[in-house]
Design a protein around this ligand. Structure first.
Ligand SMILES: [Zn+2]
Length: 212
């Protein structure tokens, strides 16, 4: 159990929505040295587990399958990163009141249509609900709910709540659910404080250079 708890905390899921958390699997995107968090297929599975898209057993099944299908696994990882970048560009544009690229919208639409082929209506405790057939057996199964989340949000009336972190380098996306719509940072503890410290020192530096 302890091992799982550790694994659960690898990623910072502060975006407030599945597709935004997925877009945030790249650190310091606007920096000279952005940090890719999805380096391996194992990272993709770890993120999906933490985002509760996979059960422990499904994650294990995928990792076992991945070992036997190296080239397909690499293709899925490459595709996951492409999907993530399209999602990032779309919602960053929206957050900055710009129009997303047609190419990205077409890409997302195609992926949603593909994902939909795996959607099934299943009986639950109270009535029926949508579920995904093939979770834990298809290597790209985690991408289905991700693109679904992106298309759902993009066509919702909540879209004006999407924001880009105000830090110069971060570029993480999040939903601003604050009462006065004033949230500026993805995470106050990391980006908010870092940005405040940076401004403080740059003010200090410029006042020192004025004095001398
Ligand atoms: Zn940030």
């Amino acid at each position: 159990m302890e091992e799982n708890t550790k694994e659960d905390q690898i990623f910072d899921l502060t975006g407030g929505l599945l597709c935004l958390d997925f877009a945030n699997t790249m650190d310091d995107r606007a920096d000279e040295h952005p940090q890719e968090l999805l380096v391996s297929y194992g990272d993709l599975v770890a993120w999906s587990s933490q985002a509760q898209l996979l059960t422990e057993q499904e994650a294990r099944q995928l990792l076992e399958k991945a070992e036997k299908h190296n080239s397909e696994t690499n293709r899925v990882l490459k595709r996951a990163v492409e999907v993530r970048e399209a999602i990032f560009r779309i919602f960053k544009a929206v957050a900055e009141s710009e129009s997303p690229e047609d190419e990205d919208l077409v890409r997302l639409s195609t992926l949603v249509a593909e994902a939909q082929e795996h959607a099934r209506i299943v009986p639950g405790t109270h009535g029926f609900h949508w579920d995904w057939a093939g979770t834990g057996s298809e290597l790209d199964c985690m991408l289905w709910p991700v693109v679904h989340s992106a298309s759902d949000f993009l066509t919702s009336d909540e879209l004006d709540t999407v924001r880009v972190c105000a830090s110069d380098t971060c570029n993480w996306l999040f939903i601003d659910t604050s009462k006065n719509h004033s949230r500026r940072w993805c995470n106050m503890k990391s980006c908010g404080n870092r940005e405040k410290a940076r401004r403080f020192y740059s003010r200090k530096k410029s006042s020192e250079s004025t004095v001398s």
